[in-house]
Design a protein around this ligand. Structure first.
Ligand code: CU
Length: 121
């Protein structure tokens, strides 16, 4: 019986710890990211993304608002031969890109179904 109680306490304790830790971790990471970069929030338009606009040179922190559905939450950027990809599960999840030079960068969902343009000017 004592053994079962200990296991139960460990399991419950770990759950609470993991939950609290997760929340704290996310907040800290987000603060660091938004402090250093410009925040770009993606929206969905029909089956694609709305055009997003960014400034040159500053690191970019991308998130997706609640209009972005299904696999469009999984975004893929190919920038200067490098692939940047993340599943933006919640509005707090972010994908970071380096500062970019002037131009239009296309991106898509991970399935290549929905497309968007990131316009850097
Ligand atoms: Cu898709």
């Amino acid at each position: 019986m004592a053994f079962i109680m200990i296991v139960l306490i460990l399991v419950v304790g770990r759950f609470i710890f993991a939950k609290g830790n997760n929340g704290n971790g996310n907040v800290v990471v987000n603060n660091e990211q938004t402090g250093e970069g410009q925040k770009i929030i993606l929206s969905q338009k029909d089956l694609n993304y709305k055009d997003a606009v960014a400034e040159t040179g500053k690191p970019i922190v991308i998130s997706a608002d609640s209009s972005v559905r299904g696999c469009l939450r999984s975004v893929v950027f190919n920038v200067n031969g490098k692939k940047y990809s993340k599943y933006l599960r919640s509005p707090e999840d972010t994908l970071e890109l380096p500062g970019l030079s002037k131009g239009t960068y296309t991106f898509s969902c991970s399935m290549g179904m929905g497309f968007g343009k990131l316009i850097v000017k």
